[in-house]
Design a binder for this molecule. Structure first.
Ligand code: IMP
Ligand code: MG
Length: 187
């Protein structure tokens, strides 16, 4: 991917808005209530998968009312621009012993399914009290590994998307909405 050098260059890569800030806010408020209902007052540990899920985590943790702790793991899928190399690597692990927790994994997007499939397998070996997965976005048409989240806020078509935590080449995470990425010739 060529570096972004100007605001014009930045804006030219935002093809169209797929999910607005208002739609995201409404869906997160609903998801918070769903989590409250599932756990019914029991404390939970929300585990955000960095970097992409950091914005979703920040809003989701304020939408739940059950007692909640937060934790972070960093998984790199080694994206080159918009293409996944298929190698998932956990570069930062949790610092909690999850055997004492009801764990909710908080992910930005499920694409091939590889990242979450690997993370769920790993966390299951640590015997959490329970384990659920919530994802902001789901691209089921791209699945290579059979994987389904317990809660999915938006199902989207097979487009590379940016914004609300999701990046292309580390840019666009700060957009308040989800947009389709405009590929540039020569990338
Ligand atoms: P998976 O392992 O293929 O399911 O991909 C999971 C990770 O790849 C996500 O957590 C994202 O960080 C990244 N990813 C997948 N699709 C997109 C996209 O459309 N935009 C930005 N990042 C993506
Ligand atoms: Mg991610």
């Amino acid at each position: 991917m060529k570096p972004i050098c100007s605001v014009q260059d930045f804006n030219a890569r935002i093809k169209r808005v797929l999910v607005t800030k208002e739609e995201i806010d409404a869906a997160i408020s609903k998801a918070g209530k769903e989590i409250d209902k599932i756990y019914d007052g029991r404390p939970i540990l929300l585990v955000s998968i960095l970097k992409g899920a950091f914005v979703f985590m920040a809003d989701l943790c304020r939408a739940v009312s059950v007692p909640c702790e937060i934790g972070f793991m960093c998984a790199k899928s080694y994206y080159e621009g918009t293409v996944s190399t298929g190698v998932v690597n956990i570069t930062m692990d949790l610092d909690q012993d999850i055997s004492k927790y009801h764990v909710v994994i908080v992910e930005d997007i499920i694409d091939t399914g590889r990242t979450l499939s690997d993370i769920v397998k790993l966390l299951q070996t640590r015997n959490p009290l329970s384990l659920h997965v919530i994802t902001l976005l789901d691209k089921p048409s791209r699945r290579l590994v059979d994987f389904k989240a317990d809660i999915s806020l938006f199902t989207i078509p097979d487009h590379f998307v940016i914004g609300y935590g999701l990046d292309c080449g580390e840019h666009f995470r700060n957009l308040p909405y989800i947009a389709e990425y405009q590929e540039k010739e020569g990338n």
